[in-house]
Design a protein around this ligand. Sequence first.
Ligand code: FAD
Length: 466
Amino acid sequence: ASGSEENDVVVIGGGPGGYVAAIKAAQLGLKTTCIEKRGALGGTCLNVGCIPSKALLHSSHMYHEAKHSFPSHGVKFASVEVDLPAMMAQKDKAVSNLTRGIEGLFKKNKVNYVKGYGKFVSPSEVSVDGNTVVKGKNIIIATGSDVKSLPGVTIDEKKIVSSTGALSLSEIPKKLVVVGAGYIGLEMGSVWGRLGSEVTVVEFAPDIVPTMDSEVRKQFQRALEKQGMKFKLKTKVVGVDTSGAGVKLTLEPSSGGDQTILEADVVLVSAGRTPFTAGLGLDKIGVETDKVGRILVNERFATNVPGVFAIGDVIPGPMLAHKAEEDGVACVEFIAGKHGHVDYDKVPGVVYTHPEVAYVGKTEEQVKELGVAYRVGKFPLLANSRAKAIDDAEGLVKILAEKETDKILGVHIMAPNAGELIHEAAVALQYDASSEDIARVCHAHPTMSEAVKEAAMATYDKPIHI
Ligand code: FAD
């Protein structure tokens, strides 16, 4: 490692925020070093987040389809079985291919990669594992986030697991309880539910996925219930007993009341994530954080300490990989004397269950709060020819547009491939398009994207197919 020479940019953390910032910095001609403690690049997302979860979601979906949908499409097997070790091996292969791929990108772009734990010695010096000191004119903190437990609940990654443990269970639990109905809990609950677990989701709040439009959320919850997922909303966990073979959870209504016992073989705690800055020496250089430990930055991603920046899950904003990447690029562009921009109101959110739910912009509740007059255009997937052709027609597209100007305010999609469909809406929102702009674009037939076009027609006129 070229520790003694001064870098233009030193990035602490090699997750989606950090590795993208490092590559972009190098592309802009800045001498760049990235320090990562994990032994592999890609951060939470590639190692224990987005990628392994999507690998398991895909594999478990294939099994579920083979078992439950193939016969009605005229495809028959004598029997369908799960080979869990093979499923896990496929997931691990996807992860290692991708993390090694980033090492390759570092080499190609001449980013210096240093393995070890970074700690500030001064605002322009970072020690690695307490030894080598790496110097940088600019230092970007991209240390991400970690799993958050609940008070009184100890995660042992065997019976009480975090999302990390839930990605590598060695057997399929008979009963899985998921504590927390955010997207991570619902995705992991879907994986194990498809493989045969009886899944119960316990949530303190009255609703699942709080960032979702409530009309779509209701349909989404019904879809998950049809798949066998059970929900105990407005419920809190007040006791955990792991002394027996499984786990006994004591539950209570969120507002207090009679207690009940829920038994599980495995409990997944997915109650949110917390910014990770342990051992980083932030207090030593005086970097300001808020009361939940997030590093405070200005619109240029600069902290209160000159030359020290922060991006990704460790700062306020949606805790998502693509947001971390956008932060990384914009931060480095500012450092290089250019302009960067990330609009957190236009960051898409996707829940990768089946059907998927994806959204960008405002929910109907947020639009109401803004007090603008608006119109709603909706189109059910049941009226979309492609969805009907493949017999996968649960869902809808919902578009919110300003009444006076028809400007798009928010788009919400529940569909098998909503995570892909949403980007047409993201582009439209970015360009301040009207709903009619989308409706007048020729969409290929038969595609599910036509449902987006028809929902757009429905905001200012009538759709054709319903
Ligand atoms: P991280 O990815 O957390 O990376 C930070 C890195 O910094 C880590 O590798 C860590 O080892 C390293 N580090 C920390 N401190 C130090 C130090 N002092 N010295 C050296 N290295 C250090 N997001 C999506 O957008 N889509 C998804 O589908 C999705 N699915 C998810 C599924 C799960 C189960 C989980 C847990 C998360 C998921 N996320 C998803 C969220 C996503 O993983 C995070 O938003 C994203 O990884 C944040 O990127 P980051 O670079 O800020 O931090």
